[in-house]
Design a protein around this ligand. Structure first.
Ligand SMILES: Cc1cc2nc3c(=O)[nH]c(=O)nc-3n(C[C@H](O)[C@H](O)[C@H](O)COP(=O)(O)O)c2cc1C
Length: 391
């Protein structure tokens, strides 16, 4: 589909709902339990206000940022999302390629269906996200592969000790792996275009997709009997330390909301950055919005490299996140929808829209550099460093 008629990132969601089978769309769109965190993530952006300055000569403004010796064309990237190659034809490659062409960061999910060795060829600056296994040897094997094929940054996701409860997935017949059922067949059958343009070409090109980059067995995407464990509730800080010690590149800890955890990850374990995230509201329902947690975290950890995700849909949202302390903001669901609708071109269009919105917002704010966003935002979130038990 030509996505050029889509004017903003929310348009991609509405269009994807008409293209994807409801079982798959529900998985991407959904959140845990009552959806409180999904709603909180969006609400937080409406609580941040801009105070623009006028007559500032912003003709030479730029959305570019530098981090760890690299320059990106914008301070946002594509968050890791599993199963993309089941939703979109060559979905992991499409997102990786689009990010490379637009010069924004991209993180390959540890729950992806494309071997990491192929994705890094599309985008040599891609980052890799690990779901640490309950068994440290399995994690070590995945990490060794990522290191050997040239990933420079490892993102370790720590907010999935067990899978969040997403009841819509149960109602819609979604599972990981997907179980063949009449319900699934009916959901697929109602989307003949998706069948013809995505599922059948995927099967023709690659056969049944498998979870290629997850620790342990290589489970297929659709299976009556195969299982994948989402249980890693035995993990503790020593496991993160082991990963840090074994990884030569940059290490990011994803899924942190508490200041004390951020401090431990950065100052004790030696992580390079923390991605403040509630997994897009897909794990613990009722969590604080990552945006709301940023100011306090920055106050507690001055100079720390913090990233943020959850509910970012506009260029103005990116500037709000940067203004509150994020070095990079990450976008999830809309990029998946963009890959579904338009492959590489669709994702490039989504990135382009977000960047154009940023540049327009910067002119309206009266700033030339992204970092100046901090001087134009007002927010109600507490900066106080909460007293927390230091277990
Ligand atoms: C379909 C889907 C799959 C995801 N898979 C992963 C994953 O494999 N690893 C991970 O760390 N986060 C995963 N996430 C969470 C995203 O990385 C990110 O935290 C979240 O989507 C950001 O919120 P947003 O979708 O509102 O932008 C996934 C999110 C979605 C929507």
């Amino acid at each position: 589909m030509n996505t050029k008629a889509l004017l903003n990132l929310q348009d991609f969601e509405r269009a994807a709902a008409r293209v994807l089978p409801s079982t798959l769309f529900g998985f991407v769109q959904g959140g845990a339990e009552d959806g409180l965190s999904v709603a909180a993530n969006r609400r937080a952006f409406s609580q941040v206000e801009f105070i623009p300055r006028v007559l500032c000569d912003t003709a030479a403004r730029s959305s570019a940022v530098s981090l760890w010796g690299e320059t990106w064309s914008a301070p946002f990237g594509i968050a890791p999302m599993g199963a993309a190659a089941a939703m979109a034809l060559d979905g992991d490659r499409a997102m990786a390629r689009a990010a490379a062409l637009e010069n924004v960061p991209f993180v390959l999910s540890g729950s992806s269906l494309t071997p990491m060795e192929q994705v890094i060829r599309e985008n040599p600056r891609a980052w890799f996200q690990l779901y640490p296994s309950a068994d440290p040897e399995q994690s070590a094997a995945v990490v060794a592969r990522a290191q050997a094929c040239g990933f420079g940054t490892l993102v370790v996701t720590v907010d999935v000790p067990v899978g969040g409860r997403r009841e819509d997935d149960i109602r819609n017949g979604y599972g990981s792996p997907l179980r063949p059922s009449w319900q699934l067949a009916a959901s697929f059958g109602r989307r003949p275009l998706w069948l013809a343009r995505t599922l059948l070409p995927t099967l023709r090109r690659h056969g049944m997709p498998h979870f290629e980059n997850y620790g342990g067995s290589r489970a297929p995407m659709i299976s009556r009997t195969a299982t994948r464990s989402h249980r890693r509730d035995n993990l503790c800080w020593a496991d993160l330390q082991r990963l840090r010690d074994g990884w030569r590149g940059k290490l990011v800890v994803k899924g942190v909301l508490a200041q004390e955890d951020a401090r431990q990850a950065l100052r004790e374990v030696g992580a390079d950055a923390v991605l403040v995230s509630n997994h897009g509201g897909r794990q613990l329902d009722g969590t604080a919005a990552p945006l709301a947690a940023l100011p306090g975290m920055l106050a507690a950890l001055p100079g720390a490299t913090l990233f943020c995700d959850g509910g970012i849909r506009r260029g103005s949202d990116v500037l709000k996140a940067v203004g509150l302390g994020a070095s990079l903001a990450w976008v999830g669901r809309p990029m998946m929808y963009a890959a579904v609708l338009g492959g590489t071109a669709g994702v490039r269009h989504a990135i382009g829209l977000l960047r154009e919105e940023m540049l327009r917002t910067m002119a309206l704010l009266g700033i030339c550099q992204v970092a100046e966003a901090a001087t134009r935002v007002r927010h109600p979130f507490t900066r106080s460093v909460a007293a927390q038990p230091s277990d």
